[in-house]
Design a protein around this ligand. Structure first.
Ligand SMILES: C[S@@+](CC[C@H](N)C(=O)[O-])C[C@H]1O[C@@H](n2cnc3c(N)ncnc32)[C@H](O)[C@@H]1O
Length: 226
């Protein structure tokens, strides 16, 4: 899939208000396991495919430096409006930067697969929810390669993935990304710890709509392989 198509599907979802993945509260996985992710006072935290996640503000309020990448400008604008935060912008050759004046929250509007990795720098922490599972299968290897290139030597990477059996009506996003697949993708440089599995109720309206009988949300912690 070309860059335009990759982003257009998401732009349409934002335009039509079809953002059912968006949560109004901070993620339960962050509340439960954030301490394992944020092991120091002022971490550089990366949030790929960040949407308008309220988790961004949670990291910011915790005193961390937060960097998100989101392709759809509407999402970034909605984030700043809903969080009642002001911002300044900068035009870059590879995207547009929206940031708070204190430089502690930086949201890059661009295709993640086109970022300038030197400009982003290295990250102590990565929060990946609705991100790896949102990427097309064809782009998965590029996504993982990019993410690995952004990790500081002593990184902590918290990953929340969906696990289910796809059917002819629904195969995502969120795509089925079981821990075995995460091991295949990241295992060369990361060790993986299973932290939690939350099972969605089979009466969950989304599962009923998708014709999916069982879905687990698995939270994994990736750290450097010794
Ligand atoms: C499923 S949503 C998850 C958003 C966020 N992580 C959350 O948990 O609320 C995926 C987001 O990634 C954005 N996106 C998809 N492909 C992208 C790409 N290649 N580069 C940057 N953003 C992308 C979409 O616009 C959408 O906001």
């Amino acid at each position: 899939m070309g860059k335009e198509d990759r982003i257009n599907v998401w732009s349409e979802r934002w335009e039509q208000g079809k953002t059912t993945w968006h949560e109004h509260d901070v993620s339960y996985a962050l509340k439960n396991h954030g301490k394992l992710l944020l092991t120091g006072p002022r971490h550089r935290v990366f949030v790929p495919l960040c949407g308008k996640s309220v988790d961004l503000k949670w990291f910011y309020d915790g005193g961390h430096i937060v960097v998100g990448v989101e392709a759809v400008e509407q999402a970034i604008l909605e984030f700043f409006t809903e969080q009642k935060m002001s911002y300044v912008t900068e035009t870059l050759t590879w995207g547009k930067l929206f940031k708070t004046e204190d430089n502690h929250l930086l949201l890059y509007c661009c295709d993640l697969l086109n970022v300038d990795i030197k400009a982003l720098g290295k990250f102590d922490a990565v929060w990946d929810r609705g991100s790896l599972v949102a990427v097309n299968e064809d782009d998965r290897e590029s996504y993982v390669k990019l993410l690995k290139s952004l990790l500081a030597p002593d990184f902590h990477y918290l990953l929340n993935v969906n696990v289910y059996t796809p059917n002819e009506y629904f195969s995502g996003p969120p795509r089925n990304v079981p821990p075995e697949l995460v091991e295949c993708l990241y295992g060369d440089s990361c060790q993986m710890e299973h932290l939690e599995t939350v099972t969605r109720s089979k009466d969950d309206p989304k599962l009923v709509k998708w014709g999916i009988k069982h879905m687990g949300e698995v939270t994994l912690l990736l750290t450097p392989r010794n």
